[in-house]
Ligand binder design. Structure first.
Ligand SMILES: Cc1cc2nc3c(=O)[nH]c(=O)nc-3n(C[C@H](O)[C@H](O)[C@H](O)COP(=O)(O)O)c2cc1C
Length: 365
């Protein structure tokens, strides 16, 4: 069989809920910090995303629904009419090329800085300061201690996620993914190291799962469960969201999955280094939704890993981060097993065209 006839299911169509994908490769959410300073998506971003329309699905970079949830300067937003209009150009371009695009809606919680939030504060479940320097427009600076959200503030915050999700759909997105991973706001509620609350949003595993359940349920009610996904990264242990007690993790994420199972979500994306292990497989069973898998930052998701995730870990689709940013035509390259461009770390979060829209596609004679 020639490489061109690769019949691995990774390269064949799949349905994630109502969404028909032409292959099982998703571009993972990747923050690139190239929007206008007010968060409006621009022409550069339109070019970047449309170059990658051959992925079965693009999951956008984390995008703020409200300025208080903004995490970086030049991170895009989905709060204003200008944001919606900017994203509309991107969704149109991706759709014209036969692609699918889902927006990751992200509130940064304490991984932000008052310089960016515009409200003089950052917010989190508890007043626990982040461990690492925070990236602001002029470089990196010390984190501030976040404001511990009052229980009375939480309904308004959930409405902000709903407004962002509605705006994303108004911009022509094929769905929304709530960012519940990597130590940002939703994850800060889940992890015992960042949630020291003693009210109904903290303490027991069920209580720590409550905010995530309420956000996703409210978004699903507003835009349809078929259009609603969720990203999780249990035990990823980054940005101070530490989850080292396996029993507690099973209880917390089990409560979360159980609380959302009846909705019938469009997808759940799980980032974990042991995708075939007990935890990921419990989540897959309990959610009962299509599952996208990714193995996390510690090593690149490569071609054989992706195929293995479909063959042996029950992945309906696989999300690829660094190799997707470096290879706009990764699907063809992997299908044909041809050489790859190397991702350039120096331009991940910095710059304009370079390392963004200038990675070459394969040349055909
Ligand atoms: C430059 C960069 C930006 C990222 N931004 C996001 C993001 O906005 N949201 C998110 O959930 N994960 C983000 N991630 C994590 C990726 O989605 C992915 O989980 C990680 O890169 C591991 O996959 P890979 O080995 O294929 O790169 C980012 C990763 C990188 C390298």
């Amino acid at each position: 069989m020639s490489a061109h006839e690769n019949t691995h299911p990774l390269y064949s169509p799949v349905e994630l809920g109502e969404l028909q994908l032409k292959n099982r490769l998703a571009m993972a959410p990747l923050t690139r910090i190239r929007a206008e300073t007010d968060g409006t998506p621009n022409e550069l971003m339109r070019e970047y995303y449309s170059q990658r329309a051959s992925f079965g699905m693009i999951i956008t970079e984390g995008t703020w629904p409200i300025q208080e949830g903004r995490t970086w300067g030049r991170q895009p937003g989905i709060e204003t009419d200008a944001h919606i209009a900017g994203w509309r150009k991107i969704t149109d371009a991706v759709h014209e090329r036969g692609g699918r695009i889902v927006m990751q809606v992200m509130h940064g919680g304490r991984i932000s800085h008052p310089e960016l939030t515009g409200t003089g504060r950052t917010v989190a479940p508890s007043a626990v300061t982040a461990p690492d320097p925070i990236r602001i427009s002029t470089g990196k600076t010390d984190p501030v201690t976040p404001h511990a959200l009052d229980a009375e503030e939480i309904p308004a915050l959930i409405k902000q996620f709903v407004a962002g999700a509605r705006n994303a759909m108004a911009a022509g997105m094929d769905g929304v993914q709530i960012h519940g991973a990597n130590g940002y706001l939703v994850h800060e509620f889940l992890a015992p190291s960042t949630n020291l609350r003693t009210d109904s949003y903290g303490g027991s595993p069920e209580n720590r799962a409550r905010f995530a359940v309420e956000v996703v349920t409210a978004v699903a009610e507003a835009i349809g469960a078929d259009n609603t996904g969720l990203r999780l990264s249990p035990e990823h242990n980054i940005q101070g969201a530490v989850e080292q007690d396996r029993d507690d993790v099973l209880a917390t994420y089990g409560a979360l999955a159980g609380g959302l199972a009846e909705l019938g979500l469009a997808h759940v994306e799980i980032v974990h280094h042991e995708p075939q292990g007990e935890l990921v497989q419990m989540l897959r069973d309990t959610f009962g939704a299509p599952v996208i898998l990714n193995t996390g930052f510690s090593r690149l998701v490569e071609r054989e890993d992706a195929q293995e995730l479909v063959d042996n870990a029950g992945a309906d689709a696989v999300s690829v981060g660094r190799l997707a940013l470096a290879n706009p035509d990764l699907v063809t390259r992997w299908r044909e097993d041809t050489p790859l461009n190397e991702p350039d770390q120096n331009t991940f979060y910095v710059g304009e065209e370079k390392g963004y829209i200038d990675y070459p596609a394969l040349q055909r004679n």
